[in-house]
Design a protein. Structure first.
Length: 147
């Protein structure tokens, strides 16, 4: 797991000042685990919440804004699929995953597309240069819950 520079700074200040996640819960008014997920950049705070976090840690308000940016979630090492067709989906997400994520966040906010309330359609589209595979994924947007 790679720790971001801001996470390292926040955790260092938290440790240096002897502040617990429970202390931050009291200062911010959100659950300590949610606050930890913001610090580890697995969730995003609104600006007021982010300011409360950095202020409680004795850091300048200028450090709050990065905590409001929807993060790239997930911190496990990737396992690359070996099946050629499935690998192509992996490759597509490597190339277009961040752009798609950015567009979704811009249109909907911080959240995910459900893989439970979800449908996928595969169509063959004739093309003189070679038939095309058209895949339409449709999943319910699920905003991240704060608790």
């Amino acid at each position: 797991m790679v720790i971001s520079a801001i996470t390292e700074k926040l955790l260092a200040e938290k440790k240096a000042k002897g502040i617990t996640f429970e202390d931050l819960e009291k200062a911010v008014g959100r659950d300590e685990t949610w606050i930890a997920s913001v610090i580890y950049r697995q969730a995003s705070a609104d600006l007021d919440e982010a300011i409360k976090i950095v202020t409680a840690l004795g850091l300048p308000e200028s450090m709050a804004e990065p905590l409001t940016v929807p993060p790239l979630k997930g911190s496990l090492d990737p396992q690359i699929p070996t099946d050629p067709l499935i690998y192509r989906f992996y490759e597509i997400m490597q190339v277009y995953g961040m752009p798609v994520k950015a567009v979704i966040h811009e249109k909907f906010g911080d959240g995910i597309m459900s893989a439970i309330d979800f449908s996928i359609e595969v169509e063959k589209v004739p093309d003189p240069k070679g038939d095309r595979v058209q895949i339409v994924m449709c999943g319910k947007f699920l905003p991240y819950k704060k608790w």
